[in-house]
Each structure stands twice: as structure tokens, then as C-alpha cells.
Design a protein around this ligand. Structure first.
Ligand code: NDP
Ligand code: GDR
Length: 354
């Protein structure tokens, strides 16, 4: 057990929840930054929430935002973290085309604000920093599989913002000797995945359609291929990066890629619905049952102005230097997510995915 202190931005998100749980298990005192919201946004961390009135509480939440420098400086000063995990971001690629300036501010400049907070407080030699970098940096395919040395070619405002964040982390490492690392993480999912990312949208819909609570699922590009791993395993890789003597940049991936349409087929098979691909024109194509009910159809509104067609990562460096390996295959991940959504939906009603 350790007595270290960690600060997690984005603690209410998928990765933040798994990472907070892992660090608490290891004995850390964990501070998390959450945004003010008009509705509850702490659902994912309910299981680890500790009443602040309890004397030995090790999990603490602070209101904050990556667009607010003074707030970040104050929180870093108050919490004096040994390790900072910067997971907060406007993380939806499609939404970044709608809100490019905000995405640049939160995802790009937000990372700079946090690095500057460390420097202003004179903590650059003590505090270790993890940056949530992404396989979206690879964008337009330059090399397969993608590894740490593969050139970047961002294809969205999200990826362009994360490109700035990646390089400012490298620069602060080189300029100020900071222990600052980029985890270039390929897609990772779980039952805690945000409901509008494609895997969760599919598993929720498969469960809802099975239970008669939804008629149809509308999706965008079914031919994109992604390297999907399990979020619980990837947060362990983040922690491992900050335990190394030297800071560095690492790819975390499974090395296996799957088309979105295959994930659809898996999820519906897992709820016991057999689907067949049918249709004439592009917009009319869909997945239909033997009785002619089309349950999954394509809506071009979900197409992105520029798409990332193929992601497949090479995690060799992480394996050799960190001893990190993934365990869950994309097929088992789909099964786990479907089972979790069936359970959630049997217990409570839901709205439709968008
Ligand atoms: P989520 O979208 O689930 O979580 C994002 C978190 O950031 C949430 O806690 C959100 O708060 C918070 N947040 C958003 N904007 C701000 C802001 N301006 N200030 C403070 N907090 C903010 O993402 P994931 O957990 O899936 O991903 C974690 C990080 O890893 C992100 O940076 C993402 O871009 C990156 N990443 C994710 C991958 C994946 O496959 N999951 C792969 C590679 C990188 P709220 O809950 O209130 O919305
Ligand atoms: P991605 O994840 O863009 O890879 O970013 P997402 O699940 O949103 O899309 C994956 C692929 O599926 C296609 N797609 C759809 N996507 C969504 N969201 N909704 C749909 O209806 C739909 N139909 C098809 C997309 O076009 C895309 O090709 C995720 C995020 O977690 C980022 O923060 C992270 O950096 C990267 O993964 C790695």
C-alpha cells in the first residue's frame, strides 16, 4: 500500500471512475475534479464515493473545469498531488465538429493550463503527469499497425486539439525535466462507456430492442474499424506509466481490429436476435430479421465530415517496458457490455440513444 496522493481530472467519466477505483485500492488518497452540472454527473463514481465527514476519507471531489486556470492552480496547490492524471476532455469526435473552439480550449489549452499550474507552483520536479492522448492522432492511415513512431495525421477538431496536448506534454518534459507521459490509448470501452459512443449505443439498443423498449437503431459509418479494449485494463497501463523511472510515451491497444458492423452482429447475436444485411440504396441498407423487420439502419447524419477508417495498435513497447498486456478480447467485451445493459434495462426504463 502507498500513501501517495493523486489528482484525476475527468473523474466522473468512464476512465476516471475505473482509475479512481484502482488508485484507492492501492492506498492512494484520490482527489477528483468534477464539473458543475444541472443534473447528477457522478453516477459512475457512486460506488467509491466517501462521505467527506468521515475522518479517514481518501476520496475527495472538487468543482473545477479545464477552461479555468485559477481554479486549476488552486486545486493543485490545495491537493499537492504526487501524480496528476489528465483525463478530462470533450471526448466525442463527432461533437468536436459542432463545438471545435470549445474542444480546442478544453482538450488542448486545458492541458497547457494544468502543466502551467504545476510549474507556477514550483512542483515540476515532484509531480508526475499523465496525459490522455489518443489513437485519433493517427487519423488518416500512414502505417499499420500504428505504434509510437507512426506519424500523426489528425482528422477532427478533437484530434487536432489532442495533437497540441500531446506535443505540449513532450515539450514540458524536455524543457523543464517534468515526469510527463502520453498514453496513446486506442478505443477502450466497458459497461461504463458513454451512451453516445458507438459500442455502448449498440449494446444499449440491442438490449432495449430485445426487451421491446426500442424499435430501431440508427447508426452512421458501419465500415470504420476500431481496436477495442477494456477500459479497466487500460487505466492500469496509465498508472504503470507514472511508476517508471523515466517519463515516456506508450501505445495501449489490443492489436486486433473490428468493423463497427461486426460489433452490431455480435451484440444482436448476444441478445438472441439473428440479423441479415439487406437493402438496395446506401440509405436504405440495414440489418433485418427473417420476418422482414429492419432493426438497424444507416442515417447519414451520423457520418463525420472526415473519418478515421482504420485503427489497429501495436502495444509491443508497453508490453516490453511496462509489462502491460490486455486480457479482454473485443468479442468478450461486447458480450460483457450487452449483459450489463440487459441488466440495467430490466431494472429501469431508458431514453433512446442519439
Ligand atoms: P468521458 O467522456 O467518459 O469522460 C470525460 C470526462 O471529462 C468527464 O468526467 C467529463 O465531465 C470531463 N470533462 C469534460 N469537459 C471538461 C472540462 N472542460 N473541464 C473538466 N472536466 C471536463 O471520456 P473517457 O473516460 O472515455 O476518456 C478519458 C480521456 O481519455 C479523455 O480525455 C478522452 O479524450 C481520452 N481517450 C479516451 C479513449 C477511449 O476510448 N475511451 C481513447 C483515447 C483517449 P462530465 O462527466 O461532467 O461530462
Ligand atoms: P471514436 O469513437 O470516434 O473512435 O472516438 P466512437 O465510438 O464515437 O466512433 C467509432 C466509430 O464508429 C462510427 N460510428 C458511430 N459513432 C457514433 N458515436 N455513433 C454512431 O451512431 C456511429 N455509427 C458509426 C464512427 O464514425 C467511428 O468511425 C473514441 C473516443 O473515446 C475518443 O475520445 C477517443 O480518443 C477515441 O475513441 C480513441
Amino acid at each position: 500500500m502507498t500513501n501517495k496522493t493523486a489528482l484525476i481530472t475527468g473523474v466522473t467519466g468512464q476512465d476516471g471512475a475505473y482509475l479512481a477505483e484502482l488508485l484507492l485500492e492501492k492506498g492512494y488518497t484520490v482527489h477528483g475534479i468534477k464539473r458543475r452540472s444541472s443534473s447528477f454527473n457522478t453516477g459512475r463514481i457512486e460506488g467509491i464515493y466517501q462521505d467527506p465527514h468521515v475522518a479517514d476519507a481518501r476520496f475527495h471531489l472538487h468543482y473545477g473545469d479545464l477552461t479555468d486556470s485559477t481554479n486549476l492552480i488552486r486545486i493543485v496547490q490545495e491537493t499537492q498531488p504526487d501524480e496528476i492524471y489528465n483525463l478530462a476532455a470533450q471526448s466525442h469526435v463527432a461533437v468536436s465538429f459542432e463545438t471545435p473552439e470549445y474542444t480546442a480550449n478544453a482538450d488542448g489549452i486545458g492541458t497547457l493550463r494544468l502543466l502551467e499550474a504545476i510549474r507556477i507552483l514550483g512542483m515540476e520536479k515532484e509531480t508526475r503527469f499523465y496525459q490522455a492522448s489518443t489513437s485519433e492522432l493517427y487519423g488518416l492511415v500512414q502505417e499499420v499497425p500504428q505504434r509510437e513512431t507512426t506519424p500523426f495525421y489528425p482528422r477532427s477538431p478533437y484530434a487536432a486539439a489532442k495533437l497540441y496536448a500531446y506535443w505540449i506534454v513532450v515539450n514540458y518534459r524536455e524543457a523543464y525535466g517534468m515526469h510527463a507521459s502520453n498514453g496513446i490509448l486506442f478505443n477502450h470501452e466497458s459497461p461504463l462507456r458513454g451512451e453516445t459512443f458507438v459500442t455502448r449505443k449498440i449494446t444499449r439498443a440491442a438490449a432495449a430492442i430485445k426487451l421491446g423498449r426500442q424499435d430501431k437503431l440508427w447508426l452512421g459509418n458501419l465500415d470504420a474499424k476500431r481496436d477495442w479494449g477494456h477500459a479497466r485494463e487500460y487505466v492500469r497501463g496509465m498508472w504503470l506509466m507514472l511508476q517508471q523511472a523515466e517519463a515516456d510515451d506508450y501505445v495501449l491497444a489490443t492489436g486486433e481490429t473490428t468493423p463497427v458492423r461486426t460489433f452490431v452482429e455480435w451484440a444482436f447475436a448476444d441478445v438472441g436476435i439473428a440479423l441479415r444485411w439487406e437493402g438496395e440504396g446506401e440509405a436504405e441498407k440495414g440489418y433485418c430479421t427473417d420476418t422482414g423487420r429492419c432493426l438497424v439502419e444507416v442515417d447519414p447524419r451520423y457520418f463525420r465530415p472526415t473519418e478515421v477508417d482504420l485503427l489497429i495498435g501495436d502495444p509491443t513497447k508497453a508490453k516490453e517496458k511496462l509489462g502491460w498486456v490486455h486480457e479482454t478480447s473485443p468479442r468478450d467485451l461486447a458480450r460483457e457490455m450487452v449483459e450489463a445493459d440487459l441488466k440495467i434495462m430490466r431494472d429501469a426504463p431508458i431514453g433512446k440513444g442519439v
